[in-house]
Design a binder for this molecule. Sequence first.
Ligand code: ADP
Length: 280
Amino acid sequence: SMVAIGSINLDIVATAPRLPTSGAKVTDAVLTRYPGGGAANQALAARRLGADVALMGRVGQDADADAALALLRESGVDLSGVAALPDAATGVALIAVAANGENQIVVAPGANLQLASASLDLPDVDALLSEHVAPGDAVSRAVGRFEGFTCVTLATTQEVDDAVLRHADLIVVNESEAAWYGEGLASREGLVAKTFGASGAALFRDGTEIARASPPAVSAVDTTGAGDSFTAALTVALVEGQSYADALHFACAAGAAATQRNGAQPSLPTREEVDRLLRG
Ligand code: ADP
């Protein structure tokens, strides 16, 4: 069993032939709404892979909250740690996507910001998925106290407490995050997974590469959610006791599977879909 802690958003996606240049306007977009937010995505990803999952986060008391939580609720993620606050709006990510896949994202975190000052009691579970934790806040302290397998993902917009980095059993970064954090990250004690988009991922332990994997061939239509799918899958596989090599292959397949449909959460694969991709 595991808990995911962090952001819950409604993704409002405008798909257009091209992105606007500064000050200009694009007038032929099509709008779609998807549940999103890193922690919510990771929670649903782990659930679809068969884990018992609880989510901790904050939303508003508004219609966006219902939309943001719909798939999580449907799939049986425990939402008792998600508080709906009366005077904050549910987090929203405004995403513009061009036909060539380029995107621009503006996030209004709203209620998510309140998690930083909440009093948080993590449930007694085997593993924790925590999504870029701000230094010194309540989430950071809760993650630092957690005694089970701790996975932390990083972001290029947010420093993380050294104590949290040292405490984590697994840190997951994509290429831009790895570059932002520099070489020190790969040489840390414990596990670091680096993802390289369509080129797959590598796993390091105590600074030494111990596994490398490529994703199965897929026709990618939307890569949002690939990283969250990868992270949840790697954690699920490692907690199940799979070997490093098998766990990394499983995670790459889960990441690849998440690129085959639009939206972050709708594209997250079930265990059967990942196994089918792995069999080729
Ligand atoms: P993020 O979404 O965090 O930037 P990546 O883009 O590196 O992370 O994707 C995470 C994982 O998802 C990759 O390691 C890979 O296994 C899989 N993946 C991502 N994009 C593709 C793609 N275009 N084709 C196949 N697999 C992909």
